[in-house]
Write a protein that binds this ligand. Structure first.
Ligand code: GAR
Length: 194
């Protein structure tokens, strides 16, 4: 039986698309059963619609607290049998409720060689610093910002300062690395008895 995953995103959703395509063409023996976004109307919603993936769009400010909206999300995830949560440009710190319910089953992709350049606009930070080797990291999510155990990384050598030239190089590597890493994690992840 296909493994069930959820993808959380706040924006464009190209990593959602990479995972959805890998599910569709069999590189990933999984099904995205839920897309979650904290930015109603984000382009990822359109991508999910095209892939027939149901989406939950919510506004954090409509809830009294992070615990409250994460409780709503945990209920949705559990009712759909989600086994692994893949953050793909979800620009929000994961809170206690999700960590307690999905501990060790939440992963994130970040566009730098962690632990360098945590947080927002990692590519801009790295360009500003003047590094010559950029990269991508996939890691487990814990309560720290981009700080959980590293699962996989890829380096992107680039000796220049043109963001428009660099960004597609990094994103192309993300779109290869994420499906491969998710496949590897699912192989070793015990089945949840929902
Ligand atoms: C990706 O580059 C991802 O690594 C980054 O957001 C982008 C989302 O792009 N994530 C972070 O910076 C997390 N700290 P996408 O919406 O096209 O997938």
């Amino acid at each position: 039986m296909k493994r069930k995953i959820a993808v959380f995103a706040s924006g464009n959703g190209t990593n959602f698309e990479a995972l959805a395509n890998a599910c569709a063409d069999g590189r990933l023996d999984a099904e995205i059963v839920l897309c979650v976004t904290d930015k109603p109307g984000a382009y990822v919603v359109e991508r999910a619609r095209r892939h027939d993936v149901p989406t939950i769009e919510f506004r954090p400010k409509d809830f009294a607290s992070k615990a409250e909206f994460e409780t709503m999300l945990v209920n949705e995830l559990r009712s759909r049998g989600v086994e692994l949560i893949c953050l793909a440009g979800y620009m929000r710190i994961i809170g206690d409720v999700l960590l307690e319910n999905y501990g060790g089953r939440i992963i994130n992709i970040h566009p730098s060689l962690l632990p360098a350049f945590r947080g927002a606009d990692a590519i801009g930070q790295a360009l500003e610093y003047g590094v010559k080797v950029f990269g991508v990291t996939i890691h487990y999510v814990d309560a720290t910002l981009d700080g959980g155990k590293i699962i996989s990384q890829v380096a992107v050598a680039y000796d220049g300062s043109d963001r428009e030239e660099l960004e597609p190089l990094i994103h192309a590597q993300e779109h290869i690395l994420y499906p491969r890493t998710v496949a590897r994690i699912l192989d070793s992840l015990p089945h949840e008895n929902q």
